[in-house]
Design a protein around this ligand. Sequence first.
Ligand code: CAA
Length: 261
Amino acid sequence: MSKVAIVTGAGRGIGRGIALKLAKELDYNIVVVDIDEESASSVAQEIKNVGKDAIAVKCDVSNNEDVERMVEKSFEFGEVDAVVNNAGITRDSLLLKMSEKDWDMVLNINLKALFLINKAVCSKWVSECKKIAEDLGEDRPAPSAYPKRKIVNISSIVAKGGNVGQANYVSSKAGVIGLTKTIAKEMSRYNVNCNAVQPGFIKTPMTDKMPEKIINKFIAAIPLQRMGLPEDIAGSVKFLCSPDSDYITGFSIEVDGGLDM
Ligand code: CAA
């Protein structure tokens, strides 16, 4: 049975790039998770077209019932051994104009969702590990007794230095780094690696809606003199899901063209 990766926010942009790369280059079957069912189905079809299997699951990642249903479906689909928490939104405005609703929405989708999904998936993995330990007749075997599992959480480069107009987004993405390091420490005994990727300024539907003058300001500040592409992020996620990174956990890779050196 092929291994399975769950990728959230995979209907477009960076998530779609990650889902396709993991299917094509790491031989994963993919659970394509998105709030938009149509785009999730279309990416699932793209994955099938390259010879791997995929299911599309509509899910509001900030809703625990939706998350539990999505995780159940994923484990029925196959042996889940990687999760990429990519779904995220922006609701930019200056602090003094930011509404409580926009604060809550961004924190719920960008940070609380990762708590819900990682908790639900890790709970399944730990149950499996407990069975393995029982079969071995050992209380706490070494992590290597268990299958290697990978979590990759998508943060942002702005988590490092803040960004004007993004108090909610930056707070959520800085939280992702803290959550990643904590999960890495708690779950290493079950052979789960948990790492993050911090994208810089990437060309996606999210950045397409930014004012042109701000886009140009960003590009002028990037040493590699271009916006990143979803494939640039997918490459580092592929590394963190592959055996090449089996000894890396609690780490974050900055993929930003040098924007924040
Ligand atoms: N520093 C300090 N104050 C600033 C500022 C800055 N860089 N930019 C704006 N302001 C303040 C100033 O007081 C300004 O008044 P002046 O005209 O006197 O300069 C005032 O804001 C009004 O500015 P705007 O007319 O631009 O205000 P606005 O309310 O229309 O928009 C904004 C503000 C929402 C922050 C807008 O500028 C914006 O959308 N900025 C982009 C935010 C951004 O960088 N988003 C990143 C998206 S990409 C992403 O999120 C992915 C990732 O992971 C990196």
